[in-house]
Every structure is written in C-alpha cells, then in structure tokens.
Write a new protein. Structure first.
Length: 161
C-alpha cells in the first residue's frame, strides 16, 4: 500500500508539480539538496538526543543529580526545534521527489509510525518527568510501545525513502 494506491487521482497533479520551476531549481542546484540533507540528519541527531537524555535519566543513568523534570524542561526547546527542522527539511525532500514519495510504501508506513511514536514518547517522558520518574505499569507499557514504534520508524526509514 502507498499513497498512489489510496489516492490514484492525484498522480497527474503530482507529475505536474514535479516538473514545476521551483522543484527544478532545487534539483538543478549543486548545493540545495546536500544542504537540506545535512540539516535533516542534524535535526534527527538533535531529536535523538532530546529523546534519549530524559529517558536515560528516568532509568537512573547519567545526570542523577538533576531531577527528571529539570532534564525534560532543558531538552524540550531542542526537541521542538528538531521537530520543526525535520518537518521543514522533510517537506522539501518530499517536494523535490514527489513521485517517489507518492509511490513509496515505506513513506506511508513512516508517516503513520512517526505520529504515535512521537505522541507516546512525549507523553511518557513528560508524565514520568512530572512524577520524578515513578514508573507505573501503564507508563512502562506506553514506553515500550513508543520505543517499538521509534525502532520501526528508524529501521523502515533508515533503509528506504
């Protein structure tokens, strides 16, 4: 399943968009796509750190002299900046290769997997941090589901586009 199978009537519009002047400019530029890709990878790295640091603190590894709430509050601006950068650079990459995205089963899975991964991760980290790391059974289940969805997203998206 891909976007093309769900919305087949969009193909002519997407083909026309792919041939547009703006898309052609980015594709023909020697620096635009490499810059966008570097910024995208940098944002992924920042997002990973912003998700990992509070998680490690909640597990008792590193920065144990700082409360989980303080760690979460410190990384929150970095997390949001990374998410915004990922959305912008990801959108540009989709704009430059619309037919590839339109026909890619991996992209649809990625889009579907990232939403619950992000929501669960934010919910788990913020909830645990506000309770100074006290783990309930429900929170552990949410954390496991969030981790599984992140791993699925990374494995799928790291190997295909």
């Amino acid at each position: 399943m891909n976007i093309a199978s769900l919305l087949p009537d969009l193909e002519p519009a997407i083909k026309a968009f792919a041939a547009s002047e703006g898309v052609m400019f980015i594709k023909s530029s020697s620096w635009a796509m490499p810059t966008i890709l570097v910024l995208h990878v940098l944002a992924i790295t920042v997002l990973g750190g912003a998700m990992l640091l509070p998680g490690l603190r909640l597990m008792g590894a590193g920065m144990t002299s700082v409360t989980p709430a303080s760690v979460e509050k410190t990384v929150r601006p970095w997390l949001w900046a990374a998410l915004i950068a990922l959305a912008i650079t990801g959108l540009i990459m989709c704009i430059v290769n619309p037919m590839k995205v339109y026909r890619s089963p991996a992209f649809l899975v990625k889009a579907i997997a990232l939403i619950p991964a992000l929501l669960l991760s934010l919910g788990v980290v913020r909830s645990l941090a506000s309770h100074d790391g006290v783990m309930t059974q429900q929170t552990r289940i949410m954390a496991a589901i969030a981790l599984a969805t992140w791993l699925a997203a990374i494995l799928i998206f790291g190997t295909s586009y």
